[in-house]
Ligand binder design. Structure first.
Ligand SMILES: Cc1cc2nc3c(=O)[nH]c(=O)nc-3n(C[C@H](O)[C@H](O)[C@H](O)COP(=O)(O)OP(=O)(O)OC[C@H]3O[C@@H](n4cnc5c(N)ncnc54)[C@H](O)[C@@H]3O)c2cc1C
Length: 369
């Protein structure tokens, strides 16, 4: 018997956004026999330009195991990065200030992924359940309780539940909790990468090959480095993430990163020098303020759409994955779908905002060094 038979009265779940949380939820519901459709604004899966390396922690691993069918989990793991075992901070002279080691992470766990590769893995087997080129512009809940979503490109779709998994600028959040958008933390991240090859590989300091390393400059600027060395391919890259104020950013982002670190240890300058200058793009660091629970109904939110956080701590994607796992478990538990949504929100809201606050605190510490 299909589990849909136990999701009483619910025939169709609409998800806005084929990002990390939306696709994990779609995988879990599709596996559970629920009719699920994801509407994604990107024209194709290949058009993301949102970032590079994502750290996956124990919560993220548990959520992936809960959401993904075994073959999809295998694909995501096989295309992930070789596991790291270190988080460390350094002065601009590369003196180690702090280090935490994570020895013996088994290969069955995932410690890092490339965002594009991860998305392709999460799309495995979903086929026509994901529709690209559909920007959700708003929704309406009919008296019958059915939800109708409308697309900026024209057209509409209807379902029994709408999940806004549409990230930091969520259109669904604007409809559900209009005054809750994230605030600008006054910091920008210049995000780029250095390809790892025969020439650049030997230039990477040993610690930088082992995990996330944060280098704090005397000038108030910090740069994070972390590798992705694919398990299934010989290549990879070193992520470079420079955090500064908006006024510190010039027209040429690669030159901005070089200029900001010009008095630092030459090994740092060399790595940034070898970075792909076309790979840099700026990100505004934002965080959502805690909001009171709203009246539960047939529209809900997950991930950055409700609790946006800065990248400090590497927990935003992991929290979105946890949301997907919690919501899927509730919807597939056999209880009334609206009770399932309410039960999910009772867990998701305090957990999400608690994680935002921890992430902002960590960013404050890193920025103050
Ligand atoms: C530089 C950087 C580094 C990071 N590193 C980490 C890390 O190491 N570990 C970690 O856990 N987190 C990390 N994060 C945070 C992480 O990227 C986010 O928290 C995570 O992507 C949130 O997942 P999500 O599914 O909620 O949203 P997203 O992954 O952002 O997906 C949202 C999707 O919705 C789509 N969309 C948006 N609007 C619409 C619309 N109107 N209609 C239809 N589709 C729409 C978008 O195109 C996108 O595909 C990092 C973030 C940044 C910026």
């Amino acid at each position: 018997m299909h589990l849909i038979d136990t999701v009483r009265g619910m025939t169709r779940v609409l998800i806005s956004g084929a990002g990390i949380g939306g696709l994990a939820l779609a995988q879990a519901l599709h596996q559970g026999g629920v009719d699920v459709v994801v509407h994604e604004q990107d024209p194709t899966p290949a058009t993301r330009n949102q970032g590079y390396r994502i750290h996956i922690d124990a919560n993220g691993n548990a959520a992936l195991r809960a959401c993904l069918p075994p073959a999809v989990l295998d694909r995501v793991r096989d295309t992930s990065g070789i596991n790291g075992d270190l988080v460390a901070t350094f002065t601009q002279r590369l003196e180690r200030v702090f280090a935490q080691e994570f020895p013996g992470i088994p290969a069955s766990e995932i410690s890092n992924v490339d965002r594009d590769t991860f998305r392709r893995g999460l799309l495995t087997g979903l086929g026509d359940r994901v529709v690209f080129g559909r920007t959700v512009s708003g929704y309406r809940v009919a008296d019958s309780g059915r939800v109708r979503v409308e697309f900026a490109e024209g057209g509409a779709d209807e379902g029994d539940l709408l999940v806004g998994a549409d990230g930091v600028g969520s259109a669904v959040r604007r409809g559900l909790v209009p005054d809750s958008g994230p605030r600008d933390l006054g910091l920008r991240c210049l995000y780029g990468r250095m390809p790892i090859d025969a020439e650049t590989g030997p230039l990477i300091p040993a610690d930088f090959n082992r995990g996330f390393c944060w280098v704090a400059g005397d000038n108030g600027i910090g740069v994070g480095f972390a590798p992705v060395r694919y398990r299934d391919r010989p290549d990879g890259y070193l992520m470079v993430a420079l955090v500064t104020t908006p006024s510190g950013i010039g027209a040429n982002l690669h030159e901005t990163a070089l200029e900001a670190t010009k008095d630092w240890d030459p090994r740092v300058k060399t790595l940034i020098g070898y970075a792909d200058s076309t790979s840099f793009f700026p990100i505004t660091l934002r965080a959502s303020d805690r909001i009171d629970p709203w009246q539960s109904g047939p529209v809900t939110l997950l991930g950055d759409a409700i609790h946006t956080m800065p990248p400090a701590g590497g927990v935003g994607a992991n929290t979105a994955l946890q949301d997907a796992a919690t919501l899927a478990a509730e919807l597939l538990s056999g209880k009334d779908p609206l009770d399932a949504v309410a039960a999910y929100e009772r867990v998701m809201i305090p957990r999400g905002f608690g994680t935002v606050e921890a992430s902002v605190q960590m960013l404050t510490q890193l920025a103050a060094h």
